[in-house]
Ligand binder design. Structure first.
Ligand code: ZN
Length: 103
């Protein structure tokens, strides 16, 4: 189990628990942390299914980070890419600009 920063007053926290077919997160949705929201993400690197992992990382960035914007000098970007040794012959969604996540 991986745990994020916990309990700092006024700051968001996300708990990430790895499970066999992905991960489950728990975060506080209320200002005082009294309401917990859990969300499941399914991913499996053995099967090449990484979409849920990208969604998980994107949600964590949204929750705890300031990743910058399209107008920032520097910004954090989370998206699927091909391995640098992989040759894509189909022009798939990963290659297309629309495949990028996050604005
Ligand atoms: Zn491709």
């Amino acid at each position: 189990m991986l745990r994020g920063a916990m309990g700092a007053p006024g700051l968001a926290s996300v708990i990430v628990e790895r499970v066999s077919n992905g991960a489950v997160t728990e975060k506080a949705s209320d200002w005082d942390g009294s309401v917990k929201v859990r969300k499941a993400y399914k991913f499996d690197s053995e099967e090449g299914d990484a979409g849920g992992l990208v969604e998980l990382l994107y949600d964590i960035l949204e929750e705890i980070g300031d990743g910058g914007s399209r107008y920032s000098e520097k910004r954090v970007q989370i998206r699927l890419v091909h391995g640098d040794k992989y040759e894509c012959k189909s022009g798939c969604a990963i290659c297309a600009p629309e495949g990028a996540m996050g604005d």
